[in-house]
Design a protein. Structure first.
Length: 790
């Protein structure tokens, strides 16, 4: 499309969709007008993709996920359509800042963290690879809370992405299903009929997702809940206004807000309702589409692949069996076999507190028919394997991981290490029974968002050096490798990083009022706050470094800026304490004249996709320091390495594979391995011993205890410290010395700027394998049995 076409489309929407002329248009008007003009360009490829899928009678992939952390969509769409230059020029003509227009778009945070962002990267790759696919999820009215700090403490505020006009979706009032809850099951012979006690309507909203180069578009279909009965007019007329609106309020609660907990499971009835709500609506939609083309439901697995993103949609197993068996009269065992052939399940965490369990009592009251079917699935499976004692139900709970495993033909982990640990630990027994079921699909990230658009300086350099085919084939980045010997290339590579850092430094000054030295090492830890991710180990190291610099300010220290960002679950007390501690340390350290040219600490509030896009291109050092065995994969680690950051990290998750690919000599490794961590945990007093053995750690802890960072309130971090001393399940103390030493090695290398740049180039050149295009090809071949349509 030409610039003229884009201009015309935008002016058309400005006038006829927004009722404005250019002279009076506000930034929001321009943003919505541009979005609608861009959306218009997506519709034809979108229709064409649908026609090609129908016409070729192709199998479709359905990705069921409670979370899609998509962020802003406008730049993504513009970049994928190849309209970036055109859009920039048009806005120059109107003297409107294109950057402001892009920044006006709300960041759609329909997810918590890694799991939700992975789903969003997968959408981009599915379209790029022309794989016929639908994402299915919930259209939350409020996404992940906004984070503010008040006196260093996290405060949560509701997020309102929809109130600022979401220009991408098409409402589909005709694509609606009634979803039931509760009620009774009437058994007649071998058949059962579920009569729900209450119900809500699931209504579809479609967002087209265009792939790289604009050749193919899939659909993200999000469900919102509305009441079957809008409004109780009788009660209203009696003057009972609040009561009259009750049915509506109750129904809308279901899609009102995203649960803000990641990696903990809370067993709330509303959460289960949300899970069943979107899963049931999606399955009904999938069967409706199948039936519009085929009549034999037994052929479902030939045309339908359903991926369960963690156990949140695990009720899909029993629900599909219910639809096939109860509602379509297919024999129970056949129904289970058909469902299993369609379903596959991705596990994202082995942390016991994250593995979903629902009490049989709750499940039985909310989904009585499903509870019966789960019992039957469990009994059948147990009967088939009488020598084993594996049960889906345990202690009055249904274990959703086990249910998903039994109902899936493939179960995958998200990194090589994580998949091995699945086989050895959580699913050891099931793996013995079904040794071919577990497969690995190491995560990846989309190169369009996480290099091309977020890092225009580096992208332009790569284009100039090797052309731009890397965007659709990230392994082509290996062609950069020979250029590591070219001093001109190295200088350009260093300059791109330096400019990104200078830009971030300006942003930090503007938003946080902290002056940071753009020449210093930008050392970045960005992710949800969790004990297993060990932000507290990082801040302890920061304290120790500060103390060491104060002891001897002229010892030739490498200047550092420690940057943190991430949200804590609102109910996770210790994680919130860690945030408070980091902010307290920042306040003191940043105002210390002795260290101020050498060390700064910044906690950027409200981490989200947009902030990640700012931080990642400016990173020198990527902190990937989880306790070995606890981080399933990580994906931020991949984004940072791809953008030339060196990793300081443990042998955990995908770090292992990153290190293999970028080379051990280009990676700062420290800490125990996963088996060593397990063994160490069994040593009594491991933490106390580690603290006694490490004067550096002991002194850092002592400073916290003495109230150095919380003057007048030395008790503030008592729980953090006690936890470290007396339990330290995540082995912060045991790994500390190794971490500290590795940091000092990073300091030394950073001083040798040319060496650092070479290592940085190699990280970029060797990270091509971590494209989500590669990951999705893996799912297509190993799990779904589908092919790209060309
Ligand atoms: C892993 N989220 C990362 C990433 O595979 C991994 C759990 C319960 C409720 C809501 N959200 C969650 C997760 O479990 C999660 O995000 N897991 C993450 O998945 C993608 O890279 O290591 O921690």
């Amino acid at each position: 499309m030409t610039k003229a076409g884009l201009r015309q489309g935008m002016l058309h929407h400005l006038k006829y969709s927004l009722g404005k002329d250019p002279a009076h248009a506000q930034v929001r008007d321009w943003r919505v007008a541009l979005s609608l003009a861009v959306r218009d360009r997506i519709v034809d490829p979108w229709f064409a993709a649908t026609r090609a899928t129908y016409g070729g009678r192709h199998k479709r992939v359905y990705y069921l996920s409670m979370e899609f952390l998509i962020g802003r969509l406008l730049e993504d769409a513009i970049v994928n359509l190849g309209l970036l230059d055109e859009a920039e020029e048009v806005f120059r003509e109107y003297d409107v800042s294109f950057g402001d227009v892009l920044a006006n778009e709300p960041d759609a945070a329909l997810g918590n963290g890694g799991l939700g962002r992975l789903a969003a990267c997968f959408l981009d790759s599915l379209s790029t690879l022309a794989c016929p696919a639908y994402g299915y999820g919930i259209r939350y009215e409020h996404g992940l809370f906004r984070q503010r700090f008040v006196d260093g403490r996290q405060v949560e505020e509701p997020e309102t992405w929809l109130s600022d006009t979401h220009a991408w979706e098409f409402q589909r009032p005709e694509a609606a299903f009634e979803i039931g809850f509760g009620g009774e099951v009437a058994e007649t012979g071998s058949r059962a009929l579920w009569q729900p006690g209450e119900s809500v309507i699931a209504e579809a909203h479609d967002t087209p997702i265009i792939g790289w180069r604009g050749n193919w578009a899939n659909t993200l279909r999000l469900w919102s809940a509305r009441p079957t009965r809008l409004f109780d007019l009788e009660r209203f007329n009696r003057g009972e206004f609040a009561a009259a609106a009750e049915p509506e309020a109750l129904a809308r609660t279901i899609s009102r807000v995203l649960y803000p907990d990641d990696t903990t499971e809370q067993g709330k009835a509303l959460r289960l309702k949300q899970e069943y709500f979107f899963t049931a609506a999606s399955l009904r939609d999938i069967l409706r589409r199948f039936r519009s083309e085929y009549d034999d439901l037994r052929k479902l697995p030939l045309k339908v692949a359903i991926q369960l993103n963690d156990t949140h949609p695990a009720i899909a197993g029993p629900e599909l069996v219910r639809l096939l068996h109860d509602e379509n009269g297919i024999d129970f065992d056949d129904a289970v076999a058909i469902a299993r052939a369609c379903l596959s399940y991705t596990n994202h965490t082995l942390m016991p507190e994250a593995l979903e369990r629902w009490s049989e009592a709750l499940l039985g009251s909310l989904l009585p028919r499903h509870m019966k079917l789960i019992e039957r699935i469990d009994d059948t499976h147990a009967r088939q394997h009488p020598d084993r004692k594996m049960r889906i139900r345990e202690d009055g709970d249904v274990r959703m991981g086990e249910l998903s495993f039994v109902m899936a033909h493939k179960v995958n982990g998200v990194s090589a290490l994580h998949t091995d640990l699945m086989r050895q630990t959580v699913f050891a027994e099931l793996n013995r029974l079904h040794p071919d079921r577990i497969v690995n699909e190491t995560n990846g990230v989309t190169p369009r968002r996480w290099l091309l658009s977020c890092n225009p300086r580096l992208s332009a350099l790569i284009d100039r050096t090797i052309g731009n085919d890397w965007v659709g084939d990230l392994e082509r980045l290996s062609e950069l490798e020979p250029h590591v010997e070219d001093s001109g290339f190295r200088a350009d590579f260093a300059a791109a990083k330096a400019e990104n850092k200078a830009e971030l430094a300006r942003f930090i000054l503007e938003t946080e009022n902290i002056a940071v030295d753009p020449e210093a090492m930008f050392d970045i830890q960005i992710k949800r706050i969790h004990e297993y991710k060990r932000q507290h180990m990082n801040i302890l190291e920061t304290i120790a470094l500060w103390q060491a610099i104060r002891d001897n300010p002229d010892a030739g220290w490498t200047p550092r800026v420690k940057i943190f960002a991430g949200k804590a679950a609102p109910g996770y007390v210790l994680a919130k304490k860690i945030i408070h501690l980091i902010n307290d340390v920042a306040r003191l350290v940043n105002s210390d004249p002795v260290t101020s040219s050498l060390l700064k600490v910044v906690f950027m509030p409200n981490y989200n996709v947009t902030l990640a896009e700012r931080l990642i291109p400016a990173a020198d050092l990527s902190e990937q320091i989880s306790t070995a065995g606890k981080e399933a994969s990580g994906t931020g680690n991949m984004k940072l390495a791809l953008n030339g950051a060196l990793t300081i990290g443990t042998r955990d998750g995908a770090n292992v594979e990153i290190r293999e690919r970028v080379g051990a000599e280009n990676f700062f490794l420290f800490g125990m391995t996963a088996p060593e961590a397990v063994a160490r945990r069994a040593v009594p007093d491991h933490a106390t011993r580690a603290i006694e053995a490490s004067p550096v750690l002991a002194r850092a802890i002592a400073a916290i205890e003495a109230g150095v960072f919380s003057p007048g309130d030395p008790e503030r971090y008592r729980d953090v410290v006690e936890n470290l001393r007396w339990s330290d399940y995540f082995l912060v103390c045991s790994d500390f010395d190794s971490y500290y030493a590795s940091q000092r090695e990073a300091d030394a290398v950073f001083m040798d700027r040319d060496r650092w740049i070479r290592m940085s180039v190699r990280n970029t050149a060797r990270s091509g394998w971590f494209s989500s295009d590669r990951t999705i090809r893996g799912y297509m071949n190993d799990i779904w049995g589908v092919q790209s349509i060309v």
